[in-house]
Write a protein that binds this ligand. Structure first.
Ligand code: VGL
Ligand code: ZN
Length: 197
């Protein structure tokens, strides 16, 4: 069984949003079409409480895109984004959300960010997605969405580590590309056996 996992295609990651990824809205129609080729469709939704610890505004003297040290390791600080219930947290209006079998939210723990669809950034607190996929008999996953070098990257690497067969459709992703993060992400994914298509 094959699942399409659509990562964070939300207003805040599209042009005009709080953490806009260049060209982020340009992948929506291609993703909608690709949904037809899969037995299961899962959407992820970045879903932070106000004042989340990944926001630069929660750390005095820090600016967006600064790096900080968290108990679980280094963390990029972001502009406030994808606040629970806000317009920015909603999916892009043209994304075919009715096709989703499951919508998995992440980043709701105030103290830990969660790039990956599988684990929070401590790399051990699970979101539950692994169990969902396994109990549905899904062993192959294809990932698309935003941002290629953060949430798609972390999700793909975790899926590969968990033993899923993973393909990332780079043409249906867009990247933030912060200080070489895109090149590093590509290398890291390849090293873990993720297929970049
Ligand atoms: C993301 C930064 C912060 C992403 C989410 O979806 O790639 N990036 N939160
Ligand atoms: Zn976030």
């Amino acid at each position: 069984m094959k699942a399409l996992i659509v990562i964070d295609v939300q207003n805040d990651f599209c042009p005009g949003g709080a953490l806009a990824v260049p060209g982020g809205d340009g992948i929506v129609h291609g993703i909608n079409t690709l949904m037809n080729d899969f037995e299961a469709v899962v959407l992820t939704q970045d879903w932070h409480p106000a004042g989340h610890s990944s926001f630069a505004s929660s750390h005095s003297g820090k600016n967006p895109y600064d790096l900080t040290e968290m108990p679980y390791g280094p963390q990029v600080l972001w502009p406030d984004h994808c606040i629970q219930g806000s317009l920015g947290a909603k999916f892009h209006t043209e994304l075919h959300t009715d096709r989703a079998d499951l919508i998995i939210r992440k980043g709701y723990n105030p103290a830990i960010d969660s790039y990956s669809a599988f684990f929070e950034n401590d790399h051990e607190t699970p979101t539950g997605l692994e169990g969902y996929l396994r109990t549905r008999g899904i062993s192959q996953v294809t990932m698309v969405g935003l941002a290629l070098d953060f949430c798609v990257n972390y999700s793909a690497v975790d899926a590969a580590k968990l033993g899923f067969d993973v393909t990332v459709r780079e043409d249906l992703c867009r990247a933030i590309d912060l200080d070489g993060s895109l090149a590093a992400a590509r290398q890291g994914m390849k090293a873990k056996g993720v297929r970049l298509a």
